[in-house]
Structures are given as C-alpha cells and as structure tokens.
Ligand binder design. Structure first.
Ligand code: NAD
Ligand code: UGA
Length: 461
C-alpha cells in the first residue's frame, strides 16, 4: 500500500524549492541548502527572492510545518520523501558545453541521499532534467545505499512561472508525476499524489511514465518559448509592412485552438529556463541522432537572439547611427515583471550592446539591487568592471534614470512604467526625445502627443 508521507525534505532552497515547498499543508517540510546565506535569508524577514504573496505564505508556515536549514543530512534522514530541487544549469565546459545540462549538483545531492539514508525513501526529481535522468539517479542510489534501504524515484517537474509562482502553486493547471509502472513505482506515485491532493483537485494530478514526465517538462518550455519566438518573428514582418503585432496576436489568439495567452511580442524572452531547457532538448536530439529535430528547436533560441540584437540595432539606427557618449536610460533589469530575478534577462544583452557602442547607460529597476546589476554586467566577475564603470549609473528612480537621457528603453514590463508622469520626463530630456518600448506597454499615442518619438516592437508606423 502507498505510504503516508509525514516528513518531506527538499534539497535546494532556490526559486523552485522555496515556494513549491512553502505551500504544502499538513506535512512537515524541511528545505535545506548548502548556501548558508540563502538559508539565513529564508529564516529572516528579508526572504532571498521577491515573489508576490510569498512573504505571507512563508511567514504563515515557518516554524510550524516549514523549516529552513543547512543540516542536509539530518533532513534527509528524517524524511520519507525527498524533493531534489537543485540547479541544473547549461554546462560551461567539457562534452556538451553550451548545450547539455550540468547535472553535477543533482548527482551530488543524489549521492548524499544514498550515503545518509538509513531507511527507504521516495526520491523526487523536481529539477528540470534531460529525459532518462532518473535512470542515472537510480544507479547512483542503488550503488551507494545501505542494506535494506530501498529508493523509489519519481519525476515531478515544476511548471510555476516567476512573478506568479504562488498563484500557480495554489491553483496549478496540472501536477505531473512520472513513475515506473511497477507496483512499487505506482505506490510511490500515489504517496506523492496524496500530498498534492491536500489542495489540488484529483483530476488535475496527472500520472504518467517516468520518461514521459521528464520529457513533458522540456516539451512544455520549448513549446512556450516557441510561441514567443513565433510572435517575435512576426513582429519583424509587422515592422516592415505596417501591420501591428498586438492586433495580429489578438486575431490569431482568438482561435480557441491557439488561445490568447503567451503571444506578447517582446524584446526577447529571458529567465533561467527557456534557453537552458531548449538547448538541453537540442543536445538530447543530437545525442539521439536526430539532427533535423535539433535544428528545429535550436531555431527558437536563434530567433530570440535575433530579436534582442534587432532591437538593440534599432536603437542605434534611430539615434542617427551612433550612440557614442549618449545617455541611454534602461527601465527594467529583471527578465519579467514582479520578480527580482535577472537570469538571462534581455536587459543584460541590450546593456552590453549599448556599452560596446560606448554609450552611457543609466539603469533603473524597482526590485533588482545595484550589486546584482554589477554581477550581471561583469558576468559574475569574468568581465572587468573598471573599464565600464564610467559608463554605467544605477538609479533609484525612473526620473533620475531618465534625466537628460537621449533615449529611454523599456526592457521589463513593470506596471509602474505605464503610469509614469511622461510629461515631466519629457521636460527633462533633450530633443528629439526617443522612447523605445521593448514590451509594448506604453500608450504610444499619448507619448507621441507629448512630443516623444516612440519606437515599439512590431509596429510599422
Ligand atoms: P536556484 O539556483 O535558485 O536554486 C537551487 C539551489 O540548490 C541553490 O540555492 C543551491 O545552493 C542549491 N544546491 C545545489 N546543489 C546542492 C546540494 N548538493 N545540496 C543542497 N543544496 C544544493 O535554482 P531554481 O531556479 O530554483 O531551479 C531549480 C531547478 O528547477 C532547475 O532545474 C530549474 O530548471 C527548475 N525550474 C525552475 C523554475 C524557475 O522558475 N526558476 C521553474 C521550473 C523549474
Ligand atoms: C517559464 C514557464 O512559463 C514556466 O511554466 C516554467 O515552469 C518556467 O519557465 C521554468 O521552467 O523555469 P518563467 O521563465 O518564470 O516561466 O516566466 P515566463 O512568464 O514564462 O516568461 C519567460 C520570458 O518570456 C520572460 O522574459 C517574459 O517576459 C517572456 N515572455 C513571456 C514574452 O516575451 N512574451 C510572452 O507572451 C510571455
């Protein structure tokens, strides 16, 4: 019979581990991480990540059924079920560099579980991984385990989006659980399904085979990103023809087979996962000797790169082919609104482009710290800061960032940018005053009436 899960351990207290486990009711959950600073932050008033609604959820459960700790071994020992929610970045060197997922963190965590566990455990792959990773995990677990300890491995990928994580977790479209179709595998699957059934309707808890579950996660991200690249490819056609991408996307999205969501043209998608997971799928396809399939998915990432550089070039072109010495305000640094996360943010690509052209950039974001912006600009220390320092200012307000700017570039769709006092901003800009709307959030007509020269993505006029 399926066991009743009483204690959960989650390895990895990041953007996924923290929120996903914080919403679990009725079970004791300990979230562990090797990073002491991160755990201290989870235990403080200033949580390590900004996510609407997260504070209330964490503060409501912390110390009751939710605990954060760096004592990884103790949490493993005590748990019946262990989520592995560590990072799986793109490999930077060695075989598959630039494409394959780096599974070293996942494997270290798996090995730790095997070494520490004194009783049987359900081990759940929560991280996004290549198809058949559970096989490798099983081999590691079985090779290192103590006699009498049995491990069941489940795949339970996470579909939350940052900025809406808490809503996504409270009312998910679906929860996906993959298991071996053996008696033991199905029992483990049922045990995890029962945890989710505390708040998720049964019909939304989907149970499938292990490999389908693993692949579904890569598939979902690849198809979501593909929609953005499709709409961005069309935005280039709009600019060349006078069609309007918002109108085209609206018309297309009305088809119920297509749906209206996720069709917003932009300066390009960012975030820690889309590019990483597609490259992972590309690598998987190539390893399976499916070069045409690999090429197909790779194009989604290539289109995204094209969109970012196309937009950057447009800024330079519009400013009469040079931005050398000009002040450019960058509004928004996070990869999307309502998060402080900057991983793969298109703003970074744009800033680097402007710096290469020797512009002076002034950055404002309501949630990202100056320290983080510097980490991004120096690629975490790989690029020296000194040469760019005279060209970069980080502002505490939009007004300050835009003061005297020859161009204002919207990189993130923060709501506050929609309701700025644009007249006041205009009064403090040299003429002609240019605005580039990389997110299609501004009232183009109103800004034009004030006197701005507005360039948006996907409009030809
Ligand atoms: P993250 O970098 O924010 O968090 C991962 C954490 O794991 C880090 O704090 C790190 O210190 C910790 N860690 C690494 N190795 C460890 C070990 N051996 N023992 C203990 N702790 C260890 O990453 P994230 O954004 O939470 O992503 C985690 C996984 O979830 C990735 O595979 C990602 O693809 C996937 N995912 C992310 C999102 C998202 O919105 N960020 C959504 C769905 C899926
Ligand atoms: C995405 C998926 O939406 C989640 O389902 C998935 O769990 C997650 O990746 C993951 O695996 O990490 P996330 O990256 O947090 O979530 O945020 P999204 O809302 O998907 O946005 C990704 C990027 O695409 C952002 O830069 C966003 O601005 C951009 N985007 C999104 C567009 O340009 N247009 C759109 O219509 C939608």
């Amino acid at each position: 019979a399926p066991i009743t899960v009483k204690k959960i351990c989650c390895i990895g207290a990041g953007y996924v581990g923290g929120p996903t486990c914080a919403v679990i009711p009725n079970v004791t959950v300990t979230i562990v991480d090797l990073n002491q600073q991160r755990i201290d932050a989870w235990n403080s008033d200033e949580l390590p990540i900004y996510e609407p609604g997260l504070d209330a959820v964490v503060k409501g459960a912390r110390g009751k059924n939710l605990f954060f700790s760096t004592d990884v071994d103790k949490a493993i020992e005590e748990a019946d079920l262990i989520f592995v929610s560590v990072n799986t970045p793109t490999k930077k060197s060695g075989i598959g560099a630039g494409f394959a997922a780096d599974l070293k963190f996942l494997q270290l965590a798996t090995r730790r579980i095997a070494e520490v566990a004194k009783s049987s455990k359900i081990v759940v792959e929560k991280s996004t991984v290549p198809c058949r990773t559970a096989d490798a995990m099983r081999t590691i677990l079985e090779a290192n385990s103590k006699p009498g300890c049995h491990f069941d491995i489940l795949s339970n990928p996470e579909f939350l989006a940052e900025g809406t994580a808490i809503d996504d977790l409270h009312a998910p479209d679906r929860v996906l659980i993959g298991s071996l179709q053996t008696k033991q595998g199905l029992d483990a699957c049922e045990a995890l399904a029962n945890v989710y059934a505390n708040w998720v309707p049964r019909e939304r808890i989907l149970t499938v085979g292990l490999w389908s579950s693993e692949l579904s996660k890569l598939a979902a991200n690849a198809m979501l990103a593909q929609r953005i690249s499709s709409v961005n490819a069309l935005s280039a056609i709009c600019e060349a023809t006078g069609a309007n991408i918002d109108e085209v996307a609206f018309a297309v999205g009305k088809d119920t087979r297509m749906g209206a969501k996720f069709l917003k043209a932009s300066v390009g998608f960012g975030g820690s996962c889309f590019q990483k997971d597609i490259l992972n799928l590309v690598y998987l396809s190539e390893s399976l000797h499916l070069p045409e399939v690999a090429k197909y998915w790779r194009a989604v990432v290539e289109m995204n790169e094209y969109q970012k550089s196309r937009f950057a070039n447009k800024v330079v072109d519009t400013l009469f082919n040079t931005i050398t010495g000009k002040k450019i305000a960058i509004l928004g640094w996070a990869f999307k609104k309502d998060t402080g996360d900057t991983r793969e943010s298109p703003a970074i690509t744009l800033a680097n482009h402007f710096l290469t052209e020797k512009a002076r950039i002034n950055i404002y974001d309501p949630q990202v710290s100056a320290d983080q912006i510097w980490l991004d600009l120096t690629d975490y220390g790989d690029v020296p800061a000194e040469p760019i320092k005279p060209h970069v200012t980080i502002s505490q307000s939009v007004e300050e960032a835009c003061h005297n700017a020859e161009a204002i570039v919207i990189c993130t769709e923060w709501d506050e940018f929609k309701t700025l006092d644009w007249q006041k901003i205009y009064d403090n800009c040299p003429r002609p005053a240019f605005v580039f709307d990389g997110r299609l959030i501004l009232d183009r007509k109103a800004l034009t009436e004030i006197g701005f020269k507005v360039t948006s993505i996907g409009t030809g006029d």
